[in-house]
Design a protein around this ligand. Sequence first.
Ligand code: UD1
Ligand code: MG
Length: 473
Amino acid sequence: MPNPRFAIAILAAGKGTRLKSKLPKVLHQIAGRPLLGHVVRAASAIVAPSDIFCIIGHEAALVRQQISPLGTHFVEQAEQRGTGHALMQCEQALAPYEHVLVLSGDVPLIRPETIAAVRDFHLANSAAMTILTAEPPDPFGYGRILRRKANGVFTDNVEAIVEQKQLTPAQENLAEVNSGIYAFNVAELFSRIGRLSTDNPHGEYYLTQIASILQRERLPVLALRTADAGEVLGANTRRELAVLDSLLRERKARELMDSGVTIFKPETVVIDSDVTVGADTIIEPFVQLLGNTTIGEDCFVRSYSVLTNLRVASGVRINQGTIADDSTIGEAAIIGPYSRIRPASEIGPQAHVGNFVETKKVKLGRGAKANHLTYLGDAEIGERTNIGAGTITCNYDGVNKHRTIIGAEAFIGSDTTLVAPVRIGNGAYVGAGSCITKDVPDDSLGLTRPHQLTREGWAVQKRARLQAEKENK
Ligand code: UD1
Ligand code: MG
């Protein structure tokens, strides 16, 4: 088969009135990515981003800003006068192409395999227009497909697409809906798109009307029905957003399980589309893996942990209730339960960060440990150093942040405050309960604790005195 040039146009200019939102519809996120981001991702598996044209209009600058890193072109539809009007704006941009696949910015679950199937069916049948259709459990709200009958049998030829508000009572039972995904022969489309009318309940140019215009001239307008109606569900309302989000997350969990990840109670985990997880990692119920998080092999992520943009090496154990953002965790480290890893933390291999420990902009060396009740901010901690319970880096003087540098194999006693800027040398000790304001050299002891006073029998005398005072009152 020759290789005719295909473009992909994505309709994304609408406001999304039914969402009742300040944000344009196509920027609403499901599975951690904007709706339009999902569609562009699928389209990019079929054609190069330079052959993709996003039609934008409502809040165009915002949409462009978020989507432009994906490398597509943008065509502006200044006034949103309907899906047909949106495509009219692309006439010049699409002139160099023979065919165009039209996707909807609000139909985000579409898979590249299905887009390819539409393309191949369209070419194989030399269609003027191919419509991807489906039979969802509830067809309400979608345009319905009227197929042509020949000898009493339905054919692949489409007579018309009828929008919900224009259905006759008899047509309301039609189960087959328009997915909003099409392939067109570019020349046939643009030689007739000018004939669209605004004679409909919204007074808009409906792209769907082109089906009857083309078929009346006996040009082939064909329907290709997908078996998986879930894939072409539209996101027009908040309820639909929630449904699509769940479907995408189910799909993601299935993909991960198929690639060797164990997920217990997968219906409870929340994993964004861009997350990767290595084989033999185990994920417990109610875990959230968000943004660009990557997890290595043989890790164990325990319940109620929420990991966002986290890079986790292999063999790491993340215990229950860990909240971690924008940081890296080295091989075989142990985190949590209840650790808070804030941005720019680099937790070294085999390091331990334990209960109620908070880190921020910290480099924790290989095998270093901070196991209990500690705040480490703007600090560098050497290999195998032990940070005692209740240690605090006092990094903020009310105006500026300062750094704490601790060497390798140091020992910081419990309940130490380290008033930055301050340095603790390699192999140094800090006695428990110290408030360290001056550097402690290598292999030295830093101690600010007052000497202990012990008075034997003091408590007996004290109690007797208090009792006597009480009786004399
Ligand atoms: C549309 C179809 C309907 C189909 C459904 C599938 C029409 C008239 N109807 O209805 O047959 O079953 O999709 O999901 O096409 N848009 C623009 N510019 C505009 C208007 C819309 O770019 O002027 C974009 C929107 O941002 C959206 C897409 O086109 O991404 C579809 O618009 P929407 O209003 O959601 O159409 P539906 O009512 O869902
Ligand atoms: Mg829609």
